[in-house]
Write a protein that binds this ligand. Structure first.
Ligand code: ZN
Length: 414
């Protein structure tokens, strides 16, 4: 991307700044290294949405990223009809940044897909996370939401959160019943808290929640959902809104731990599946009911970005975290950062979290895009004479590093 002189000066100055990656789902490195990788890993995770939307059959997408027996050439044949439709989209850009800046290739083609695959496989060896996250990206640590592997992380680098949304799912209630749990919501919430305490001993750096329509839960309604989720048949018919009474009861209880341990609650909002269900304005009731709990609202609730910014502005226990936003749309992110400068105190904003599960290579391109977005929005203020370069860099350091350290208490927590 060609930048203006001021944008380029800022982007250059941001090249080596320390960064906190404020949202990932990364598996532990050992789990990643156990997988064989090829070029398709560059299209893992959310490129799925664009490829399927462009017409790729979901089963073909699964073969592309999941079938270890297909050759790179066979995988390219699956991707080729749809790649031209998504290659200029921002979900694909971190892959193309890796191709260009790391491998020196202008584009992925039938001729180079094997070479790209071999180089990714060659890099898939111990030290992968250190090389990409620390050496290439200057990431001090990353907050990780990945409930399956909580205890297996190198916690210097990857700092797991306790995902509490899952306690409104039948799988959790069935696991509780399988351990001999009674048909009692109170008992179930005690069991949940014991798990939270155990994770805290291992290392937990926050809680993770899905934004939902909260109201002080009525006992009978919460108990009805507690029973309904135990039947797979009934559970498939439940929306998140239907589960709200149980999730409300889960939050009211789990937040005891958040208050006691000063753990921030990260809240996913918007931008996946039926995004109406996780509208950022749902957070208002929850934040007001729990004024001593700090909430970090994710993704600007895309597409409800202005509502999300206002929630961040008006509620002192809510901060805004623009993780994932830059690859959903860099243009929208540049515009919203400009509006956030008008609306939101500088210490209430985090601008980076890459949100990947296995494709750690894409964190690099995502960070390049986030730095470009920040450089573009701050350069506009400099060129208009509203601030100088030193002030812009002070703001960028808050947004990329210091605010995440303060919001998640990362300097003091083991
Ligand atoms: Zn996420």
């Amino acid at each position: 991307m060609r930048l203006s002189p001021t944008e380029a000066e800022l982007f250059e100055a941001l090249r080596e700044i320390p960064v906190i990656d404020a949202h990932e789902h990364l598996v532990p490195e050992a789990v990643r290294l156990a997988q064989r990788v090829d070029f398709s890993i560059l299209f893992a995770h959310y490129c799925c949405a664009d490829l399927v939307s462009a017409g790729m059959a979901p089963a073909d997408y699964q073969r592309l990223v999941g079938d270890q027996d297909l050759s790179p050439e066979e995988k390219w044949k699956l991707l080729e009809p749809y790649y031209p439709m998504i290659q200029h989209g921002s979900y694909a850009r971190p892959a193309r940044i890796w191709l260009k800046q790391v491998l020196g290739l202008d584009e992925l083609t039938a001729d180079n897909c094997r070479e790209v695959s071999e180089s990714l496989e060659e890099g898939n060896r111990p030290g992968l996370y250190q090389r990409i996250l620390r050496d290439m990206c200057h990431i001090e640590s990353a907050l990780v939401d990945n409930a399956e592997h909580h205890a297996e992380y190198d916690m210097e680098l990857l700092k797991p959160l306790w995902r509490i949304t899952q306690y409104a799912l039948g799988d959790s209630v069935r696991a509780y019943r399988a351990e001999g749990g009674l048909d009692s919501l109170d008992d179930y919430l005690d069991w949940m808290m014991a798990r939270g305490e155990a994770l805290l001993q291992t290392g937990a750096f926050g809680l993770k929640l899905f934004c939902f329509p909260y109201a002080r839960p009525r006992r009978d309604e919460a108990e009805a959902v507690f029973r309904a989720v135990q039947s797979p048949d009934q559970e498939t018919r439940l929306t998140w809104t239907d589960r709200a009474p149980l999730l409300g009861a889960v939050c009211d209880r789990a937040f005891e731990l958040a208050r006691r341990e000063h753990l921030t609650v990260a809240v996913h909002s918007g931008v996946w599946g039926d995004f109406r269900e996780s509208h950022p304005c749902h957070l208002i009731a929850l934040a007001c009911a729990h004024p001593q709990v700090r909430f970090d609202l994710f993704h600007l609730g895309m597409p409800f970005v202005r509502e999300a910014v206002l929630v961040g502005k008006m509620y002192p226990n809510v901060t805004l975290n623009l993780c994932w936003n830059t690859v959903v749309s860099p243009e929208l992110t540049v515009r919203m950062l400009d509006e956030c400068l008008d609306l939101v105190p500088l210490n209430n904003l985090i601008v980076f979290g890459a949100d990947y599960r296995v494709a750690v290579e894409k964190v690099y391109g995502h960070l390049v895009m986030a730095k470009q977005a920040v450089a573009r929005s701050l350069a506009k203020r400099i060129d208009r004479g509203q601030m100088d370069v030193a002030e812009a860099l002070r703001i960028a350091r808050l947004w990329f590093h210091d605010n995440a350290v303060a919001i998640y208490g990362l300097s003091g927590r083991r």
